[in-house]
Design a protein around this ligand. Sequence first.
Ligand code: 5GP
Ligand code: ZN
Length: 141
Amino acid sequence: MSDCIFCAIVEGTGPAHIVYSDDDVVAFLDISPVTSGHTLVVPRRHSSGLADLDPAIGGKVFAVGQRIAAAMRSGAIGADGVNLAMNDGRAAFQSVFHSHLHVVPRHTGDKVSFVKGFLTRRARDLETVAASLREAVESQP
Ligand code: 5GP
Ligand code: ZN
């Protein structure tokens, strides 16, 4: 889709800190993270939401989300919890209409609230975080 920011990232024409990439799926850091390491997993082929997302591809998106979640626990981020979320539709907080799975690392006692909407923080040191996550993803069996 020509005016889709996530399609541009998938095609390599939009800037992003890539965490993982394969033939069907790309994962990159959220530009406005809920917590440090907050990653978005997207299908390469554009779909706007759940309804037009091929379930087989959705399965691959979820599997990559599981893998990144494990890396957030095993790697330097040291998460002791992870939220996976897909916002489908404006009423559900969707603001970018290219299907994406949020993978949000959590730590006991952090002050994240999903009930009131995302409380975002200023992005810090994205390249270091992305490199750390890349390494943790790659070092998994
Ligand atoms: P949604 O509200 O649609 O579920 O989530 C969209 C997410 O995309 C938000 O968390 C927002 O910070 C992120 N986002 C919006 N524009 C960009 C961008 O250009 N690059 C990156 N990496 N993330 C973006
Ligand atoms: Zn798109």
